[in-house]
Ligand binder design. Structure first.
Ligand SMILES: [Zn+2]
Length: 62
């Protein structure tokens, strides 16, 4: 399963492959979201913090 083809159910947190109905196969909920929309914001929020931490640990802080 590819990340871009994965969806997460907002009701039961089931992760499933995108289908034409975009409905959860477990609870039939239509409250689902593309996993990409969840992953990308997380990365952009955490990246500066992680880079800062890595710089601190390596001693290369300007
Ligand atoms: Zn569900």
């Amino acid at each position: 399963m590819k990340l871009s083809e994965s969806r997460i159910c907002l009701d039961c947190e089931e992760v499933f492959e995108d289908n034409e109905h975009q409905a959860c196969p477990k609870c039939a909920s239509f409250a689902t979201a593309s996993l990409l929309l969840w992953i990308v914001p997380l990365v952009s929020v955490c990246a500066p913090v992680m880079m800062k931490k890595a710089l601190k640990e390596s001693g290369d802080v300007c």
